[in-house]
Design a protein around this ligand. Structure first.
Ligand code: AR6
Length: 235
């Protein structure tokens, strides 16, 4: 597989097929991003940046960029409800009649999507950066990661919450969201049973939160996130 970090550890006795596991600590692909895939190993777990459509992700939990009323809308929210079907909205109406506060997230089933859950996260609307936006964006991501842990999700895919209709500047959103993902993963206990194994043809995620993927819709968004992630890993 392209993009496997050279710094990862090869399992003893794995032969030439090259079973690799991410190392403890924080390491990145020596070659930088290859195409639109960047992989970083954080505490033996994998953080990935890709370009793509969040509704197409084959992961345990897909994160929605929702609003406080959980009323549906455009962007990611519209795409998820369109692709997932009406069962998702039926469930959120029934379970969360009061919606979800900004800076938090609630879960539902995923309807027709290839995931077990949708986590409906409500990011802040960007005003001036002095109205608690970074903290609210951080806690929205953190709540999703906590939900993933509670539900034993091995993989989760995030869109760039708040960076569309809600107007959060991309570089600042990338900094807040990636820093929180890394902080959260570093706080998890190290896992002897290897949360992720990469072979020449597949990535197998074996443990909760083995894979956290950021799905960027546009190439320029990917470039912004990749630059910030490289900076965080180098720091
Ligand atoms: N897959 C991945 N990313 C996408 C997709 C997609 N299918 N579609 C858009 N993006 P937004 P917000 C990117 O506006 O800023 C809704 O109306 C998009 O380019 O979806 O949190 C809700 O109901 C941008 O970078 O979410 C709320 O009212 C990022 O996803 C409000 O918008 C987030 O854009 C939430 O606004």
């Amino acid at each position: 597989m392209q993009g496997v970090p050279a710094v990862w550890r090869r399992l003893p006795g794995s032969g030439s097929s090259g079973r690799l596991v991410p190392q403890a600590g924080l390491t990145t692909n020596d070659f930088g991003p290859i195409g639109n895939l960047m992989q970083v190993s954080v505490n033996q777990r994998l953080v990935e940046l890709v370009t793509g459509d969040i509704t197409r992700q084959e992961v345990d939990a897909i994160v929605n960029a929702a609003n406080r009323r959980l009323a549906g809308g455009g962007g990611v929210d519209g795409a998820i409800h369109r692709a997932g079907g009406p069962a998702i909205m039926r469930e959120t109406r029934e379970k969360y009649p009061d919606g979800c506060p900004t800076g938090s997230a609630v879960l539902s089933g995923a309807g027709n999507l290839a995931a077990r859950f949708i986590f409906h996260a409500v990011g802040p609307v960007w005003h001036d950066g002095e109205s608690g936006e970074p903290q609210l964006l951080t806690t929205a991501y953190r709540r999703c990661l906590e939900l993933a842990r509670e539900q034993a999700c091995r993989s989760i895919a995030f869109p760039a919450i708040s960076t569309g209709v809600y107007g959060y500047p991309q570089p600042l959103a990338a900094q807040a969201s990636l820093a929180e993902i890394i902080r959260f993963l570093l706080s998890l206990p190290g896992d002897e049973s290897q949360p992720v194994v990469v072979t020449s043809s597949a990535t197998t995620v074996q443990q909760p939160l083995g894979l956290t993927r950021m799905v960027l819709f546009a190439e320029r968004d990917y470039d912004v996130f990749a630059e910030v992630l490289r900076g965080l890993v180098a720091a």
